[in-house]
Write a protein that binds this ligand. Structure first.
Ligand code: NAP
Ligand code: G4F
Length: 322
């Protein structure tokens, strides 16, 4: 019989890649979707007719109980979140409600309705924040630098707590930044590649950014959803860092992205203090040794290929050539 999976955050970047992976593996895929007055399913256009959508919200306990009952899943992937770090200073309470307490609501729904379901929590390298060691690994202490990071630390520990308290198969993926042409436009990578395309299309001349010196360990989202799936195939649950083991600055990302379109970033990028954060995570660099050894996971796409594929996709979207 086909396995059944429930994905929260189905409409997001990772939700769309994970849904594709699970469908390819013969799963019956259910997705939790909150009500919206506008269309949010554009990332799912190619697979929409193979998915079962269930209305619900991480803020609403009853809807989560109903979703678990309807999907009766073997595996639950909790990808839903207010995922934009900068926004979390503007909406700290809301971010905590969704990203922290939302995890408890979902775990509690699973525990009460279908405790045998395996659970994946989308934890984040933002939990390392003001890093205590480099590279960061599973044992590195957390020091979150934003309401988002703090909420994700809660989500991490409540996942561990349901595992230890109730014997649930609940795992944390501590994922470092992962990107794709489907990345939300507010995140720096996509903001840059969209900006390159807009400049090339002569719709803009400048791109306003914040801190160009921040460094991130950027991988490809399509590779990272593989690691999520692998975690739930293990006999024992656990917590895993998922990263490339390479770090690059926002400035380097700009250099490669603008060069792909024959442009010099220094002529177009301007610094706007509005995009500088109250507290910055200066450097993230992950050590994925455990995921490689225990899950057999390897990232396939490198930094340059990732940046160039995102630029190419945005140029195509605006109908301009390199
Ligand atoms: P994303 O594109 O922003 O997607 C977030 C998803 O969460 C969307 O489907 C959104 O639905 C849904 N959502 C938001 N609030 C909700 C609520 N109250 N109830 C139900 N659904 C809700 O994020 P992503 O990049 O795919 O990331 C997936 C997860 O991994 C997130 O938890 C994120 O925090 C975490 N993470 C991401 C990265 C990364 O680099 N991408 C790294 C580490 C961890 P709408 O379409 O309705 O807005
Ligand atoms: O692309 P970002 O907004 O991603 P950030 O804050 O690293 O968070 C992403 O990755 C986390 C994993 O570590 C996820 F948990 C989280 O959900 C999200 O997916 O910013 C990256 C860096 C920051 O240092 C920021 O200050 O880019 C810097 N930056 C510089 N100028 C900018 C800008 N970021 C944005 N969004 N916009 C700018 O104009």
């Amino acid at each position: 019989m086909n396995k059944r999976a429930l994905i929260t955050g189905l409409t997001g970047q990772d939700g769309s890649y994970l849904a594709e992976l699970l469908l390819d593996r013969g799963y019956e895929v259910f997705g939790l979707m909150r009500r919206s007055s506008s269309e949010t399913t554009e990332r799912l256009d190619d697979i929409a007719d193979r998915l079962t959508i269930i209305g619900g919200d991480l803020l609403d306990q009853t809807s989560l109980m109903d979703a678990i009952e309807q999907a009766n899943p073997d595996e639950v992937y909790n990808l839903a979140a207010q995922s934009f770090v900068a926004e979390s200073w503007k909406e700290p309470v809301y971010t905590g409600d969704v990203d922290a307490l939302g995890v408890t609501r979902l775990l509690e729904a699973i525990k009460r309705v279908h405790p045998a379901a395996r659970f994946y929590q989308a934890s984040s390298s933002e939990m390392f924040g003001k890093v205590h060691e480099t590279p960061q690994r599973e044992t590195t202490p957390f020091h979150p630098r934003s309401p988002y990071g703090a909420a994700k630390v809660y989500g991490y520990y409540i996942t561990m707590n349901y595992r230890e308290s109730y014997g649930m198969h609940a795992s944390n993926g501590i994922l470092f930044n992962h990107e794709s042409p489907r990345r939300g436009i507010e995140f720096v990578t996509r903001k840059i590649t969209d900006g390159v395309a807009r400049i090339k299309a002569e719709l803009a001349t400048e791109l306003a950014l914040g801190n160009l010196d921040a460094q991130r360990d950027w991988g490809f989202a399509g590779d990272y959803v593989q690691a999520m799936w692998l975690m739930l195939q293990q006999e024992e649950p656990g917590d895993y860092v998922v990263a490339t083991g390479e770090t690059h600055s926002v400035r380097e990302f700009c250099e490669v992205a603008f060069a792909r379109a024959g442009l010099d970033y220094e002529k177009h990028v301007v610094i706007d203090p509005r995009f500088v954060r109250p507290a910055e995570v200066e450097l993230l660099l992950g050590d994925p040794s455990k995921a490689k050894a225990e899950l057999g996971w390897e990232p396939k796409m490198g930094f340059r290929e990732l940046v160039e594929s995102m630029v190419d996709a945005d140029l195509a979207r605006y109908g301009v050539a390199r």
